[in-house]
Design a protein. Structure first.
Ligand SMILES: [Zn+2]
Length: 390
């Protein structure tokens, strides 16, 4: 049976402008047809009438971690301590955060690394229908060296063969991508933002192992030589990239490499807080440069998508920050839908309301093109044609 979905405004996010009184048909969890502007609605066995609302594809958070929160209000424990929590406790939190993503209209999440491989189990439980949550594209365990960012001692990747082994462990468990590290992070121990903790051969072997299984590599990297090494190794996606130089932005644009920008931990009211002096100075450094880096990337046509990085449900904020950097609102919507799907190599399945894709869509009480904060007015969330939230 086909179901007709009627929208007051239909934002397909397929590169075309929104359609007034648009419609599409669902069948078997997928989109069976999308009406052209002005085309009358066809008869259908059932109808969902959202004529008073905006309808758009489910949102895609291209970078987060289900086991941790950067919000003190939700989890005051320091981030590195959260990563060291026992696996069962992290799973409990992950179930809560998965629901939070869904309620915020996020129907696909790229998991950017977890200890205890919890993203694989979370994904299996969601896919089996045991718990509600978004589709997950998992990275599995971090590929980080002894002194690297996010290292808890659980999965240590030192040297070419050490990296190869952990890449293969992740791939065997079902990783869609591998997560490596081209610099330290704000909440790292010793590794600073401009120091590369991986060697070129280590980065290259990760790319080689991923490619051998048809997968790809994403690299956490803020700045310094790690950006150049990641580009040289053929990393597909740079995460954060907060301290890129103008020359590096040129190289990223020329290579067509993806960048996932993550404003939320740095700038959202629920972002990183209560840091010690060393971590606070790193955060300040990143905040000083990030908006101008994003602005330059935008102007240079870098492939951009967005992620909340542990501020669960704040994807609307990411889009709004890009508008501050000079992006158009339509473009901002596409950063968290179609463009994110391209970055995640899921563009054949999700990211736009187009015939053949999964019927992942959200209903908003207010039009997000009038104000991106209206992305928060979520009235209903559908995954594979089934209502999962709202
Ligand atoms: Zn992250």
């Amino acid at each position: 049976m086909k179901t007709l979905v009627k929208a007051g405004w239909l934002h397909t996010c397929s590169g075309a402008p929104p359609v007034r009184n648009g419609w599409f048909l669902l069948a078997g969890g997928r989109i069976a047809a999308v009406g052209s502007p002005g085309e009358p609605c066809p008869p259908a066995g059932a109808a969902l009438d959202f004529s008073a609302c905006s309808v758009m594809p489910g949102l895609i958070d291209a970078h987060t971690h289900f086991s941790l929160s950067h919000s003190d209000a939700i989890d005051p424990m320091p981030v590195m301590s959260q990563l060291r929590e026992p696996g069962p406790r992290k799973i409990c939190k992950a179930i809560m955060y998965a629901g939070e993503h869904l309620r915020a209209g996020v129907t696909t999440v790229r998991g950017m690394g977890e200890d205890d491989f919890i993203d694989f189990d979370l994904k299996a439980a969601i896919d089996a229908g045991y718990i509600p949550g978004p589709r997950i594209s998992p990275a599995g365990a971090f590929i980080s060296p002894t002194h690297g960012h996010g290292q808890t001692g659980q999965t240590v990747s030192d040297g070419v063969e050490g990296v190869r082994k952990n890449c293969r462990v992740n791939l065997a468990k079902g990783a869609d991508l591998l997560k490596v590290f081209g610099s330290g992070g704000v909440v790292s121990g010793q590794a600073g933002l401009g120091y590369c903790t991986a060697t070129l051969p280590e980065l290259r072997v990760a790319v080689e192992e991923a490619a051998a299984m048809g997968k790809y590599v994403a690299a956490h990297v803020h700045g310094g030589p790690g950006i150049d090494l990641c580009l040289e190794a053929g990393v597909r996606s740079l995460e954060h990239a907060t301290l890129c130089t103008d020359e590096q932005i040129e190289r990223i644009a020329a290579a067509g490499t993806w960048v996932t920008l993550t404003f939320s931990p740095l700038a959202h009211p629920d972002g990183l807080r209560n840091l010690d002096a060393r971590k606070q100075s790193r955060l300040d450094a990143v905040r000083r440069t990030y908006y101008s880096v994003a602005r330059k990337m935008l102007a240079r046509g870098v492939n951009i998508c967005l992620g909340t990085d542990g501020v669960h449900g704040a994807l609307w904020f990411e889009a709004a920050e890009m508008e501050k950097c000079g992006a158009g609102r339509q473009q901002c919507l596409e950063f968290i839908t179609r463009r994110a799907a391209e970055s995640c190599r899921m563009a054949n399945e999700v990211g736009a309301i187009e015939t053949g894709k999964y019927a992942d869509f959200i209903v908003l009480r207010q039009n997000p093109l009038e104000d991106l904060a209206h992305l928060r007015s979520v009235a209903a969330v559908y995954v594979g044609g089934e209502r999962r939230a709202g």
